[in-house]
Design a protein around this ligand. Structure first.
Ligand SMILES: [Zn+2]
Length: 283
């Protein structure tokens, strides 16, 4: 059931716990229906953000997910406070997202292929990468190497977590080193970019996939459009940080609608799978 929003005066008639207005087409979408449609607008296919745990449920074979390091939590090494202390911010993020930090990792089957998976959760401090995200992704990559599994990382992140300063930035190098060892072993890494994939996450592991796929309309870029404009002193084209633009310019390999993502990943992982035990994974 869809109704067109009769501008602001209609707002009271559409309580936000029941209805959401689509930023793509302006339709009012019934929340229950939106959830049933995987948070994709039934009218224009705008992809709303999607939770990290829901993402795993969507992508892996039912009941096959085995979570790792679920209790790992951040320390407050810098005793950092902006508008509120970092530990308070983490508590609020836990309550909001139901997660301990901004990534969920583990082993699962995708299309019956044993796979290692990491899925970021934007609801946890903007999916920011701090020491926990860095350590969990590094560990899942190392476990993938030990058990010779391909790795899938689904990114949804504003970048490095400023409350952890340099420690957050160091995670970029740590994860990239682990991915390098996977690559040396001939194990594929598939990077899935969702809205948004920006900052230090894009500048490190998210852009290193042997295959890089993105959801339609996802924001993909290093810094915000205004900062980029100011830095290079040029007006940049509309939508230059969206999936469609970066695909056209060769930065990613495919755009895959959310409803097709599981089958597409299963197809890739099956296609790359060695046909005999003594064969190596290859691309
Ligand atoms: Zn729409």
């Amino acid at each position: 059931m869809r109704l067109r929003m009769p501008f602001a005066r209609g707002r009271k008639e559409f309580p936000s716990h029941l209805w959401t207005q689509c930023p793509g087409c302006g339709e009012m979408l019934f929340n229950k229906q939106l959830v049933r449609n995987l948070n994709v607008c039934t009218s224009c296919e705008h992809h709303f953000r999607f939770g990290g745990r829901e993402r795993i449920e969507l992508l892996v074979d039912r009941g096959s997910f085995e979570e790792h390091d679920s209790e790992m939590t951040s320390a407050d090494p810098l005793v950092f406070a902006d508008s509120k202390p970092y530990p308070t911010r983490i508590e609020a993020a836990r309550a909001k997202s139901g997660e301990q930090d901004a990534v969920i990792t583990g082993f699962a089957l995708i299309g019956e292929v044993p796979t290692a998976i990491a899925s970021m959760d934007f609801d946890f401090i903007g999916g920011s990468m701090g020491s926990v995200v860095g350590e969990k992704i590094t560990r899942v990559a190392e476990r993938a190497l030990a058990e010779r599994r391909p790795l899938v990382i689904v990114s949804a992140s504003g970048g490095a977590r400023m409350q952890e300063g340099t420690i957050a930035l160091m995670q970029m190098a740590k994860i990239v080193a682990a991915l390098g060892r996977l690559a040396d072993a001939g194990l594929p890494f598939v990077s899935v970019l969702t809205d948004p994939t920006t900052g230090g996450v894009l500048a490190s592991y998210a852009s290193l996939g042997d295959l890089i796929v993105a959801e339609p309309g996802a924001l993909i870029g290093f810094s915000g459009a205004r900062v980029t404009d100011q830095t290079i002193g040029e007006k940049l084209p509309t939508g230059f940080q969206r999936s469609e633009f970066v695909l056209e310019h060769g930065f990613i390999d495919q755009i895959v609608p959310r409803a097709q993502l599981r089958d597409r990943l299963a197809f890739f992982l099956t296609a790359f799978r060695p046909v005999a035990h003594d064969m190596r994974w290859s691309l």
